[in-house]
Design a protein around this ligand. Sequence first.
Ligand code: FAQ
Length: 311
Amino acid sequence: DMSPQELAFQARIDRGEKIEPKEWMPEGYRKTLIRQIGQHAHSEIVGQLPEGNWITRAPTLERKAILLAKVQDEAGHGLYLYSAAETLGVSRDELFEKLHSGAMKYSSIFNYPTLTWADMGAVGWLVDGAAIMNQVPLQRTSYGPYSRAMIRICKEESFHQRQGYSIMMTMAKGTPAQKDMAQDALNRFWYPALMMFGPSDKDSVHSEQSMAWKIKMNTNDELRQKFVNETVPQAEYLGLSVPDETLAWNEEKQGYDFAEPDWSEFFEVIKGNGPCNRERLEARVTAWDEGAWFREGLSAHAEKAAAARMA
Ligand code: FAQ
């Protein structure tokens, strides 16, 4: 039972209007956006860690420069998304505090380790590939600052996805040992990538309301299916095999039948018990603590500059 104000708000959403920061919105809409945009921002920042792990060990200067640029883009995406969240009345410090205390999540995928150089290929190809699949529809999301952030972010994500696929092509066409590394990376990242879309629709608590508000444009299962349909031919082109014996083209649904990820593993990872959860959070908290002197210096400088302007 919606109030007249809520009915009018829903009618704006249904007409495809964008909601802007200073406008009235239901508290639930605001809270859901802060949760989703905040978690997305945290994912970008924590997502720098698995790839940052390989910058010093990239095989060539060119690969190193490309990887460095990609990881820098992720910092930019994070800052862009924190700014979008701030327009909803939450401060950046509050969001960081919630990440560091474990009160807010970040994507499950970044709790898996990156063991070999081929993982840089698999992350770009599969993780950025899944990210794009989810984020392209979000360019049409109802909240103005979020949708505009997505437009810019998607352009960079598509470069990221291609750089990953380029690494996979080199590895898959390389020596037998390199091809084995590429296959191993695909084996380890396939199911975690499928988990990025969230739990199956029947277990997704937020989908229905978020889709009515156009905070989400598709269900988790819809996007997961789309990802599998697009990615399987890419694996075939590489001459690699998707680690799913049940994988089969289904003519009727014009899509692949595929095995679901192990959902108990997913729920463990989002509870904090994945292979790298502790290490990732520790790295973020340490970076925050060790950066205190720098933040203080910036604030002191800003105060001095403001005082000088007043004088
Ligand atoms: N990981 O009711 P739903 C990137 C949680 S891309 C962790 O279905 P919702 C780029 C969910 O929060 C990755 N938690 O939830 C990059 C909820 O718990 P809560 C980031 C997950 O929100 C690439 C509970 O499960 N992208 O970073 C996950 O409607 C390479 C119930 O689930 C985005 O964030 C998960 N995978 O749908 C960077 C996109 N899935 O909050 C570096 C925007 C679900 O009540 C390198 N987000 N949960 O405690 C979304 O589209 C949605 O939030 C979903 C989840 C689809 C992720």
